[in-house]
Design a protein around this ligand. Structure first.
Ligand code: TXA
Ligand code: MG
Length: 398
């Protein structure tokens, strides 16, 4: 693991990253930070390196990879045609957390696209990612640098946990600011179709190019209409990544949706019954609800709870310490304040991973509002929960 200063001069960065460029040239795979999550990079033109990515992650070979570039001109070298709307989106959001799908040119190997005739392109907005692409002299494929199925890595330690010994290098450039993966939109259809919500919201996209569609499978996932995260989705799954269980911590996850008051009450009841049956409970909440838990589990508990700081490490005190009356009380983590949804996104994956360090067996997660980045966060949480969602208002009526 090599630490680099993302804020250093470009010359310093290129110098520090030179050995990693060499690894990539020799078909090696290297983990590096982007503004979204850490990526696992190899040359997009080199099937030998790309095979190692699939092997290291344990990634199914039918799940295509995103190609990362640093110059607009590269788009025209890699894809057959670039619709007007795509140009507008590039101008508005590149470099940044937006991935666009185009018809590929022959130069892109089939292993990148899982045999398909489209390719996903993204221009990341992170000095280390940009410098690595530049020093490598080729576009880089980079899936998230986690073991397949685990939460995406937002810190170099997360990559280490999952892939140490399986890859050639890890570049530590600090925590990822966005914290969830890029938005993926298919530009080969009209109107363009959202395949994965992310840092660039649907509203932001609509403001630039007008109406877009949402892939039907997104709604299946997000509304918990499917009982399974993997396997038997109805119809064709457009973004193959959507059909696999993702982001799953070791503990089971249950999302509670409904009015705030009902959700909080139900969390309390469930916590009690799980505790009584010997199961340790984790709770994912927001700053605004801490006072409630403070009332239930004691003042000192909530007082010691801090939102996870993206700059800080998982060791920092994000666990509620329990008051005497609740020696077996829940392990409460807050995503942050509802007033700063972007920050919540940046905390999500680290919190899911942190639960793996505890003896929590079930995590009760309060649903966030499905707006803007909240929608992208809920998309990840729903997958982590394997669509395990409880609608508490409907329960009340019955
Ligand atoms: O933010 C990100 O996009 C991160 C960083 C490292 O750049 N990368 C990332 O890659 O999240 P990955 O492989 O974990 O997710 C890529 C997603 C998958 O859901 C995949 O199925 C979809 O993009 N995808 C890639 N190429 C596609 C294509 N040609 N058509 C449809 N979906 C595609
Ligand atoms: Mg991924």
């Amino acid at each position: 693991m090599t630490t680099v200063d993302p804020h250093g001069s470009k010359e310093d960065l290129l110098f520090a990253l030179y050995p990693f460029g060499q690894m990539i040239e020799k078909s090696g795979v290297v983990a590096f930070p982007t503004e979204t999550v850490y990526g696992l990079g190899a040359s997009a033109l080199d099937p030998a390196g790309i095979e190692k990515i699939f092997a290291a992650k344990g990634r199914p070979s039918d799940n295509p990879l995103i190609v990362h570039i640093t110059r607009m001109e590269e788009v025209f070298e890699l894809v057959q045609s670039v619709p007007e709307k795509a140009i507008k989106l590039m101008e508005a959001f590149w470099p940044g957390p937006l991935t666009m799908i185009f018809k590929k040119r022959d130069i892109i190997p089939h292993i990148v696209t899982a045999g398909g005739d489209t390719v996903a392109l993204r221009m990341p907005d992170h000095p280390v990612a940009k410098a690595l692409i530049e020093i490598s002299g080729v576009p880089l494929v980079a899936p998230s640098a986690n073991a397949s199925g685990k939460p995406s890595p937002t810190r170099a330690e997360h990559v280490w946990e999952d892939l140490e010994g399986k890859i050639h290098g890890i570049i530590d450039g600090g925590s990822c600011a966005v914290g969830i993966e890029s938005t993926v939109i298919d530009m080969t259809v009209e109107p363009p179709m959202l395949l994965r919500p992310g840092g660039i919201t649907q509203k932001m996209i609509r403001e630039v190019i007008g109406p877009i569609r949402r892939d039907q499978h997104l709604d299946v996932i997000d509304r918990g209409q499917s009982s399974k995260a993997s396997g038997d989705f109805p119809g064709k799954v457009r973004s193959p990544g959507m059909k696999y269980t993702h982001y799953a911590p070791k503990a089971k996850v249950l999302i509670l949706r409904g009015k705030r008051k009902n959700v909080l009450n139900r969390v309390k009841e469930l916590e009690k019954s799980y505790r009584e049956s010997g199961e340790k409970v984790g709770i994912i909440t927001v700053d605004e609800n801490l006072e409630y838990y403070e009332g239930v589990y004691g003042k000192s508990s909530a007082a010691k709870t801090k939102p996870v700081d993206t700059e800080k490490n998982s060791e920092s005190g994000t666990t509620v310490s329990r008051e005497k009356g609740f020696p077996e009380g829940p392990c409460i983590r807050t995503l942050g304040s509802e007033k700063r949804v972007e920050k919540m996104a940046a905390n999500l994956f680290a919190i899911l991973r942190d639960f793996d360090q505890t003896d929590v067996g079930i995590i009760l997660a309060e649903a966030l509002e499905d707006r803007e980045i909240g929608y992208a966060i809920m998309n990840r949480l729903s997958k982590a929960a394997g669509q395990n969602i409880l609608y508490v208002d409907e329960e009340d009526r019955s």
